[in-house]
Design a protein around this ligand. Sequence first.
Ligand SMILES: [Zn+2]
Length: 425
Amino acid sequence: MDEVERLPWTSQRELDDASFRYQLAYLLAHSPFYRGKLAGHDTTGGLDTIATLPLTEKSELKATCSDENPFGDHLCVAPDELVRVYSTSGTTGTPSFIPLTASDLDNWVTGSARSYAASGLGAGDRVVTTYNAGPFVAGAALDAFSRIGVCHVPIGTGSSERLLLAIDKLRPDAVVLTPSYAEYLLELGDLRSSTVRRVLVAGEPGGGEPAFRAKLQAGWGASVTEAMGIGDIGPSLFGECEQQLGMHLGARGLVHIELIDPDTGAARELSDGATGELVLTHLRHRAAPLLRFRTRDHVRIWTEPCACGRTAPRMRCVGRTDDMLIVRGVNVFPAAVREVVSGFTPDVSGRIVLRPTAPGVKQEPPLPVTVELPPEATPDPALADAIRARLRDVLVVQTAVELVPWGSLQRSDYKSSLVERGRTS
Ligand SMILES: [Zn+2]
């Protein structure tokens, strides 16, 4: 482990405060976007007063992009200082371009390498990856495997047969994939007998939910740990250690984390167990640094010491604002519904789909939930009743549970959608 990862958090905070002050002065000097946005704000208070500064929304950045400046008005460097340009995958609208200087790219690889090393990857390990990461920010995470010194076998998505063949013939120690794909592969082959002892999941929430994780771990005969990045900020910023108690901030010293109330934007204390929307600030970025960027990810934070020795706070993503439904005032995340339903394994397959009846976020109860049964099971009204009762007790939401046969819901070798609109079944 990099010794900096054991540095007491109070010492890290002092270093980050100095980095932040420098970053803020840099933004004011080089970014027309932030010069305008910060006009009239006191920018002298360091990290202690960061919550008095305005939040940055993705839409604001996009609004400043033009044919002349495809990166937006927050670009801080001359074009010839850029060494790479990634795209965000554009899950919510058109893609954005993410420019990097050489030092930005190096910092990204540093943070990612720490995150993956936290999960137990080390020099000499053989690792199969399944990301078609080419133009996307996750591509930089692949550089992290070289930094760690593993033997990297990029397989990509699109052919599960090729992936299973690689696992069989090349005998990897670890695989990297989305939790949806890790689940799907369990239907295609006997993975318990494979050499894989570490399954590293990323790309969507869910890999850290206890029931879903237990299913993956049992099926693969391997430990499951999570990693998570944010397209506009960096890849694999967070990585879970072998204690499996949330993802440590691997990008410590490079990125500052905050929590806010997602409805009011008010800052929330970063105390052990706190929840809220994750807000991230670059500390040492050069090309297009972001200040208080709203990630739209709802997370839980832990700050108590971890047995692995890493002092960085830990985090688990509960869900994204974009996926959230509000049923009579109650926030419902699809991944949380899946987690409750997975508690009925082996009487359910673990696959679910929410089918909201109204357009938009707000829904009237009951919320239709389709639950897939395991192979050869037939629908039992008592099971549907039990699932409905537990969803009501745990998530405080009224649902209408429909049980469907094995194989009814879609499988994916990338991310799986837990929400389907346009049908009311
Ligand atoms: Zn740890």
